[in-house]
Design a protein around this ligand. Structure first.
Ligand code: AMP
Length: 149
């Protein structure tokens, strides 16, 4: 098998792996947690991007963060779902790359992130790349290499 360090796959641009912004479920910072929870549950995703009205990435919101935010001292407080905004609960640290980033960089970010956000040079959101897509492609590539040798 070719030495993976030298393999072309690692330098390959990630553009072809992007799920485009139009296909990505998202919410806005001033949406209520109730709305975000509905989007998360209906879409079946664990976490989704938070985009502002200009399509700039502001954070990520997850089911776990929402559930955590409605747990009071001794009971669940569902009222908080419509009193609290996404901006108050979302995380503002997230993995993000430019569309011309190499496969290697996305793969390394995916170790700790189920998906990676992609922005253009002006910081506008272009879409996401999922860990499953990267690993699926890598697995296929390694399989092909094994067959060749
Ligand atoms: P997957 O590898 O397809 O299971 O996706 C991993 C994670 O990426 C999901 O749990 C979501 O957090 C996110 N994700 C994948 N596809 C989308 C999408 N179309 N819209 C929003 N988030 C997504």
């Amino acid at each position: 098998m070719q030495n993976l360090q030298e393999a072309h796959i690692l330098q390959q641009p990630i553009e072809s792996f992007i799920i485009s912004a139009e296909e990505v479920a998202h919410v806005q910072p001033d949406n209520s947690l109730e709305h975000a929870l509905l989007v998360l549950v209906k879409s079946g995703y664990t976490a989704i991007p938070v985009l502002d009205t200009t399509f700039k990435l502001r954070g990520l919101i997850s089911k776990a963060q929402i559930l955590d935010s409605i747990i009071g001292i001794e009971k669940i407080e569902p009222d908080r779902l419509h009193k609290t905004t996404v901006a108050e609960v979302m995380s503002t640290t997230f993995a993000c790359v430019k569309k011309d980033a190499p496969f290697e960089k996305a793969l390394s970010y995916s170790i700790n992130n189920p998906f990676i956000c992609v922005e253009d040079d002006r910081g506008s959101f272009l879409g996401i790349i999922t860990r499953s897509k990267l690993l699926g492609y890598l697995s296929g590539y390694l399989h092909e290499q094994k067959k060749k040798n």
